[in-house]
Design a protein around this ligand. Structure first.
Ligand code: PEP
Ligand code: MG
Length: 754
């Protein structure tokens, strides 16, 4: 059976469309289970019906025509029960319904299996036998397995509009897919699909006669890539730091070099077409670089490959025919690169939807700093069938709507308008202090990791930086930045905010943040070598970073250091030894240092219960609710399949925060929150009640959070918390907080979600 199953799944996956996939299934099932009839019905949500879409054994002309109303017949019973219905004498069952159009005779044996994806019934797989027959456990298990495989194919087809064509529904069927929130906001627009770069290796040689024509094609392509590079460099100059922009300059220089251009032209003159000549030249260079001793130069091989692909793309596509972006473009791709993002004019870029990645992917980080809504890691996104389709990307919840109904679309357009209004309304809190009506000051800090986006006027509202993720500049490089390079990066941030405090977090790689030049392959990376664990195992990397941080603060003295992923007091002790070593070294070297405050993140459940043990060394605690929620609830923060279980208002999360605050305050240490919870209005109301001293969030959340702080007294927040702590259901807790926001006149801030 297993072999047969594997073969059927392969055939189904290779089918060009859903119709053929369904036909393969019914054909194979009829033979394998040895039944008189095998059929598939699809749920037509638009008309609340089940439609016969493929059959072997019933009349073929009934396909598409036989429609059962919701709940009708045994098929309806399968949908209702969401489990197999196995009957040896179907006609004697009260729910049996005879359908004349199918040429059905009274079939006795009946086995119906629901086809379910993410808790939703998409269709029904049915087998029937003329004689009385009770299907065996193994047959049932086989069909259940097959139905589960089929669910994915049906979701794909649904999202691409194929089902609506098959079902001949008047409107396109709206499909909702679930991913992960990547950057907040709501985008409504048309999908523009971006493809992975062209594949040079697949280019064959081809003889030419028009040498001049081919030379012109090549020259135009090179010029076009140079233009593109200049363009990206200009566009990204507000977003990326100057050091990163240098990469574009380096590529442009390489592209202008005689070796690449002249060598290719020589090959064209010798009679090979432009694409083939380019492949040869690029291949030759890549091979030379790859064999170099110096690892930096070896890395250049990938730049040369990238350049080659870019030139090839222009050779392959007639430039004048290259697609212009839509007025409201939702960029869709398997894996969108920063370069592809830069290709869309900012004013036309409405949103981003990526089949892979998470909120910590490069493109999501860029989207956050550009204020573009993004949804990442959308499972089952049929990327290449979406071009031009209307899409909604809800960056708050991580939902994507393909071909939304008019109603859904109107709802989101209304949300967008409300948001614009809200942003205008939020201007009222600009320049006001973050103080509750009963006089409790809750400083609001910023989370960042890009040197750009720290223009003082943009961030004048923040009381400083509460979380600077140092891994981001590390991620954007091709090797570990040295001490001086790091010092310059940190200095920029410290200077931009001085005299306000800036909390630099030591390197937090591992988990989902991998450095290309420091690959770590693990089965279970979130429980693996991550954050402080790597720093302690590599004192040379840690000390370099600490020295750079300390030196960056000379004369400014607004530095605060924070360490991620601490899970035992021993780790903190070990880290303190290295921090003291770095300080002593620098003092010895004559650096006029001031010892900065040193704190730790509470993001591992064990740390929640170690506050007392760590308070001796830590000057403050900052709760990283993103990881704390994931570890407390055992829900991967980057897995869209379990996204609905990722609830930051879960009673366990609230209790953990409560415990940390109580313990830390007893010992006179302040507690901050720097996870996404600190940017979520409903959660902030909870944190206010829990007694948290300060919050750190992305710049886009700051005005609304300040509005919350200025609207509720700590006493009011405490009273709501008492109620919340009596409740067991995270969604009910969220509802409670949403209703309090609404009553307080802050209904505009209410978002569904986690
Ligand atoms: C957190 O875990 O809450 C946090 C702020 O750190 P990061 O999101 O960078 O893991
Ligand atoms: Mg974390």
């Amino acid at each position: 059976m297993l072999d047969i199953l594997r073969r059927i799944v392969q055939e189904v996956n290779a089918a060009p469309d859903l119709e053929q996939a369904l036909n393969i299934i019914v054909m194979r099932v009829r033979v394998t289970v040895n039944v008189d009839v095998a059929s598939v019905y699809l749920v037509d949500a638009h008309n609340s019906q089940y439609v016969l879409m493929a059959t072997e054994g019933l009349r073929k002309d009934a396909v598409g025509k036989v429609r059962l109303n919701s709940g009708e017949g045994l098929v309806g019973m399968v949908v209702e029960r969401e489990e197999p219905v196995n009957l040896d004498d179907a006609p004697s069952h009260p729910r049996y319904r005879f359908t004349i159009e199918t040429g059905e005779q009274p079939y006795h044996g009946f086995l119906g299996i629901p086809i379910i994806q993410h808790g939703r019934v998409l269709g029904i797989l049915v087998v029937r036998q003329r004689q009385s027959r009770k299907f065996g456990e193994e047959e049932e298990a086989f069909l259940v397995t097959l139905a589960a495989q089929l669910a994915g194919a049906i979701t794909h087809a649904g999202a691409s509009g194929e089902i609506s064509r098959l079902l001949e529904t008047p409107d396109k069927v709206s499909v909702v897919l679930h991913g992960l929130p990547g950057a907040p906001g709501v985008a409504v627009g048309q999908a523009m699909v971006v493809y992975p770069p062209s594949n040079l290796d697949a280019i064959p040689d081809r003889k030419i006669t028009d040498v001049e024509g081919e030379l012109a094609v090549f020259r135009d392509a090179v010029a076009a890539v140079q233009d593109d590079m200049r363009d990206y460099s200009n566009r990204m100059s507000g977003v990326l730091p100057a050091e990163d922009l240098a990469l574009f300059d380096a590529l442009m220089l390489m592209l202008g070099s005689d070796t690449l251009v002249e060598k290719t032209m020589e090959r064209i003159r010798a009679g090979n077409w432009a694409a083939g000549s380019l492949r040869e030249t690029i291949g030759e260079h890549v091979r030379i670089f790859e064999t170099m001793e110096d690892s930096y130069l070896r890395e250049r091989a990938s730049d040369i490959r990238d350049l080659g692909r870019r030139v090839l793309t222009h050779i392959q596509s007639d430039r004048s025919a290259s697609r212009p972006a839509y007025a409201q473009t939702v960029l869709v791709g398997e894996d969108i690169s920063a370069g592809q993002l830069a290709e869309i004019p900012m004013e036309q870029l409405a949103g981003i939807v990526s089949a892979s990645g998470s909120s910590s992917s490069h493109v999501a980080i860029l989207a956050q700093s550009m204020g573009i809504p993004a949804v990442m890691g959308v499972e089952g996104l049929p990327v290449y069938r979406l071009e031009g389709q209307t899409m909604i990307a809800d960056g708050y919840r991580g939902d994507v709507f393909v071909n939304p109904s008019v109603l859904v679309r109107e709802e989101f357009v209304r949300l967008q308008a409300e948001e614009t209004e809200l942003t205008a309304g939020l201007k009222d809190v600009a320049g006001q202090p973050s103080v509750t009506p009963d006089g409790v000051s809750i400083p609001l800090y910023l989370n960042t990791g890009l040197v750009s986006g720290i223009e003082p006027e943009l961030h004048s509202e923040g009381d400083g930086v509460g979380l600077y993720r140092t891994e981001i500049p590390f991620l954007m490089r091709e090797q570990f930045p040295g001490e001086e390079e790091q010092r310059r990066i940190y200095r920029k941030v410290l200077e931009a905010f001085a005299p306000r405090p800036v909390t630099l977090r030591t390197l937090d790689v591992g988990g989902d943040k991998m450095l290309s030049y420091f690959p770590v392959r693990e089965e279970n990376p979130f429980l693996g070598w991550r954050g402080i664990r790597i720093s302690l195992d590599h004192p040379e990397i840690f000390l370099t970073q600490l020295r750079a941080m300390l030196r960056a603060s000379t004369g400014l003295n607004n530095l605060t250091i924070m360490m991620p992923m601490i899970s035992t007091a021993t780790e903190l002790d070990m880290a303190m030894v290295l921090i003291n070593q770095a300080i002593d070294e620098l003092i010895e070297e004559g650096e006029p240092l001031q010892r900065p405050p040193i704190g730790i993140m509470i993001e591992v459940p064990s740390a929640v219960y170690q506050v007392k043990a760590m308070a001796g060394h830590a000057d403050f605690f900052s709760i990283g609710t993103n990881d704390l929620t994931q570890y407390l609830l055992a829900v991967d923060r980057n897995n869209s399949r379990v996204a609905s279980l990722y609830q930051s208002l879960h009673p366990a999360v609230l209790c953990a925060v409560q415990h940390v605050v109580e313990q830390a305050h007893k010992l006179g240490k302040p507690v901050s929150v720097c996870g996404e919870m600190a940017g979520d209005p409903a959660a902030v109301l909870a944190l206010l009640g829990l007694g948290v001293d300060s919050l750190s969030m992305s710049v886009s959340s700051l005005p609304r959070i300040k509005w919350v702080i200025r609207s509720f007294t700590r006493e009011e927040a405490r009273a709501v918390l008492q109620q919340a702590l009596e409740m067991d259901d995270p969604l009910a807790i969220r509802k409670l907080y949403n209703s309090v926001l609404e009553q307080g006149g802050l209904g505009g801030l209410v978002r569904p979600g986690n």
